[in-house]
Design a protein around this ligand. Sequence first.
Ligand code: LMR
Length: 395
Amino acid sequence: MFEHLEDKEPDKLLGLIKLYANDTRSEKIDLGVGVYRTAEGKTPVFSAIKKAERFLLENQESKSYLGPEGDAGFAEALLPIVFGADQEIHEKTLRLQTPGGTGAVRMAAALVARAGVTRIHLGLPSWPNHAQIFDDIGLSVNGFVHADPASGQADFAALLQTIEDASPGDAVILHACCHNPTGIDYTTKRWEEIASALLENGVLPIVDFAYQGLGSGLEDDAQGVRILAARMPELLVAYSCDKNFGLYRDRVGALFAVVQAEGSRAKCLSNLNELARACWSMPPDHGAAAARIVLEDEQLRREWKEELEAMRERLQRMRYLLSKADEQVPNIGLGALANGHGMFAMLELSSAQILSLRDDHAVYIAPSGRISLAGLTEQNIYRLVQSLSEVCPHT
Ligand code: LMR
């Protein structure tokens, strides 16, 4: 039977983890997978999470099943972080704990497919797993240009045109903040315009919210989601705690469904529960329980916010420093970095240049040309610029 399967390429982005780990060159620089690193190159457990885990170890009395919705307290504690203090929105928002943001995107796609959506619009480039998930669910994917990396600006006209040309009942996936891979986000004013266009054309938004707190701060990063939540009849938000709680391998995420029509809510939730049951039955608990403990405790919540803010500031500083190297290595988009937010940026590099950076300079960059600024430090940034200028000779 299995001889009928087609060979599949291993995931190129995740493949970098192993390649980097196996590289014995001490000067190696990892700008590959989106994992936060300190100035010492470490990805430590947040101290607020460590304390919550200790509390959990001492106080958890059972590991009995929780059901397909997972830890209800976890998703509830996230509501004010994601949607602000508006109780009315909280009451209209269904929530499902998911294995990471990936699980949330998958549930969102499966739910809209059940609701009759057949086509989803996706700004490109995007996180490669988006198209893969939608394709696997059976949605047809229509790509449009998200941004021009050279200018560092979003191609807003392309998005509006796509929404205008969409059929009512289509969906669109948008990145809430820290666009992966370009780092180019919409302004608050643009989000208002996006909401109007979506409403006018009957297009359902799914928002991928994987980097809250790492762009302009916890509150500012949520502006787009909050604008859509206030104005759209229906909105899905796929949330990840991988980066902003540092819970990567614990797989912690949530899907939020803001449903204005009371009559649709029970149907929506029962479908989500059934889809979750068919996929993973119940999400893993440990990381979500730790995040809940952090969010419910004032002191731990404060500590978490401070740690997150320090990460954000470090990323911003690395972005700034690298953008300053534009004159040394022109024409690959370094100057435009200053307009971006969060962990990622795209450099205009050919496949041969990306390969040479890896093989000849021990610099690891995603095959798309995306760099994770988290891999930069005040020490290695000079060597990166050196390597870039050797690989991209100034003509
Ligand atoms: C990334 O884009 O590098 C991260 O979100 C990790 C992943 O799952 O791809």
